[in-house]
Design a protein around this ligand. Structure first.
Ligand code: SF4
Length: 589
């Protein structure tokens, strides 16, 4: 059944909320090229970073049109919609919701009317001072009476867009240079006015952002893999603390803050595509090396090394290489199970994890298996897998994990789970092993993981493992997904989110003179100013595959029951016992 409110769900089992990824951003300035299609394929390459909604803004030099909707890039766009997005520059976005719900109103790029035109903005990351920025905006000029925030957009991205748009400085460039130093947290921005493509990256460079060159233009993208797919060559990273502008005068660059590099180590472990390179280091090679180091740290006699498809594959290759134990695939993944508008029947729900994974009995029966995964968040997926492999006849199951125990939440764009849900928060390795029902369990050390990335330890964020955060954090009540929404309610902002317009997912701004003129067929100029409609677009729960949760949405109830009384050989992990579970306050570096 297609859900009539347009919200998207892949909650095959309601209530099972998986971790969410960051988003993907893509920007292109290329006169003479079909920029909408370049953006489409760029987003296609970045789909793993956000699967809730997708959007592209394009400018022909006179006006900006945006088309966005809930769903995968391939579901949102078709030939017809792309042909309505004409011009010489474009910005695209695929979203996971980390601030503001998963709804059409919060899809990106966001639009804002500036004194000189329009700004369209796409954001990867998560600001940690949204409450402060919100208060700054409202204190200065009251709650916006127009624009996306006025229409119920509750994201930090809309907040940045509003602050850029209302700024009294002469140009968008000046406004950006004034605003960017005030943003705290993680942000990779790709934004544009009618003429110029802009990009900016937070001073820590938490999320990746790269600059590429086309024969007739420039590209910025979250990952190098997106450059490859559009035929752009990698020029360099956008530096942490750097602001870039690209137009007919070429590329201009300015620094808005000193670099304090703290790149997310989890991009190397799980988030980024294996064919991406971050700060000169191949993500694939990093993962293989993590596997090698894992093998050295946690040796065990076994017959077969197998990955949890597919994120565990490079580390499993490395583990097999180093240990000399044969590599094999003991599980087959249904590559086409993903986000869906179709609600599963009860019969389908009973299939549980088998909806996504099926064991190869001839491979695993009677074998001592080493099962490699990139991370454990709640442990539900691993518990279900182990149960399934035992049913398929595995003699022993030794779990090896290519990242250390995740004990702390991420405030920089990755929604693992609440701290209370993290299995390593409060349980030691042996207790986790018993909970999963494995014969042994070993995590790579933090030192081993960091060394595999070939990055300086002091230039990586490892906060979800160590609790040491690279930026200041506000009080807990000023953090969280709903921070803008709660601020909006408290300030008397509009209580109702906007309705997704029928038959159209395009938006434009009515306050810029050019926007009301001659939009292409299928592009509605008033979609963003439609009447609010309660009960529509409240947002899905937005769960999605991620570390550990790749399969979380197809788990049976028993898979979520920690088998704390389970017995078996001792854990092989070398990590110290979990920290005091009562110590809920994360450390602030
Ligand atoms: S807390 Fe973890 S996931 Fe978040 S940015 Fe830091 S290393 Fe990455």
């Amino acid at each position: 059944m297609v859900r009539p409110d347009g919200t998207l769900s892949h909650d095959l089992l309601p209530g099972e909320k998986g971790p969410q990824d960051a988003c993907g951003v893509f920007g292109v300035w290329a006169p003479g090229e079909d920029v909408a299609k370049l953006a489409y394929y760029g987003l296609y390459a970045l789909q793993h970073r956000g699967q809730e909604s997708a959007g592209i803004a394009a400018s022909n030099g006179e006006r900006i049109a945006v088309y966005k909707d809930m769903g995968l890039v391939s579901q949102v766009f078709d030939e017809t919609t792309l042909t309505t997005l004409t011009g010489h520059l474009a910005v695209g976005h695929c979203r996971y919701s980390t601030t503001g719900g998963s709804s059409w109103a919060n899809a990106q790029p966001t639009l804002g009317a500036t004194p000189h035109g329009t700004v369209a903005l796409a954001h990867n990351g998560n600001l940690t001072n949204s409450a402060e920025l919100f208060d700054q905006l409202v204190d200065k000029s009251g709650f916006p009476s127009s624009g996306e925030m006025a229409q119920g957009n509750t994201t930090d991205t809309a907040l940045v867009t509003a602050l850029l748009a209302e700024h009294p400085h002469g140009s968008l460039e000046e406004a950006a240079m004034h605003l960017l130093p005030q943003l705290v947290g993680s942000f990779c921005l790709a934004f544009m006015d009618e003429h110029t493509l802009y990009a900016a990256r937070d001073p820590q460079g938490i999320r990746p952002l790269v600059l590429g060159r086309l024969d007739r233009g420039w590209v910025v993208a979250s990952e190098t893999a997106a450059l490859d797919i559009v035929g752009a060559s990698l020029v360099r990273e956008i530096e942490p603390g750097e602001f870039v502008a690209i137009d007919e005068n070429g590329l201009r660059t300015q620094r808005f803050a000193e670099t304090r590099r703290a790149a997310c180590v989890f991009e190397y472990v799980y988030l980024a595509r294996p064919d991406t390179t971050i700060n000169g280091r191949s993500v694939y090679e990093s993962r293989v090396e993590m596997g090698r180091r894992l093998a050295r740290e946690h040796v065990v006699e076994a017959d077969l090394v197998m990955p949890t498809p597919e994120s565990g594959t490079p580390a499993a290759i490395g583990y097999a290489e180093e240990s000399g134990i044969p590599f094999g695939n003991g599980l087959v993944k249904n590559a086409y199970v993903g986000r869906t508008f179709i609600q599963p029947s009860d019969t389908i729900r009973q299939l549980g994890i088998r909806l996504k994974l099926n064991p190869l009995r001839s491979v695993v029966a009677g074998k001592r298996l080493i099962v490699i995964d990139d991370s454990i968040v709640r442990g539900n997926t691993q518990r279900a897998l182990i149960r399934m492999l035992r049913e398929a006849g595995a003699a022993e199951i030794h779990v090896r994990i290519s990242s250390p125990p995740i004990k702390w939440p991420c405030f920089y764009g990755i929604d693992f789970a609440s701290r209370a849900e993290l299995i390593a928060n409060g349980l030691g390795v042996e207790e986790i092993r018993a909970s999963l029902g494995a014969d042994s369990l070993g995590y790579i050390s933090e030192e081993g993981m960091v060394a595999a990335t070939r990055q300086e330890r002091g230039e990586l964020c490892t906060a979800c493992f160590s609790g040491s955060y690279p930026t200041r954090l506000p009080d807990a009540d000023k953090l969280g997904k709903d921070v803008v929404e709660s601020r909006r309610r408290a300030s008397g902002g509009p209580a109702r989110p906007p309705r997704r317009p029928e038959h159209a997912s395009a938006v434009s701004i009515d306050t810029h003179p050019s926007a009301a003129e001659g939009l292409a067929p299928g592009v509605h100029e008033d979609a963003c100013i439609s009447d609010a409609d309660p009960g529509v677009h409240q947002g899905s729960t937005g769960c999605d595959p991620g570390p550990d949760a790749d399969l979380e949405d197809v788990l049976l109830p028993e898979d979520r029951e920690p088998a704390r009384a389970a017995t078996g050989p001792s854990a092989a992990g070398t990590r110290a016992p979990a920290t005091d579970p009562a110590a809920e306050t994360p450390k602030d570096a």
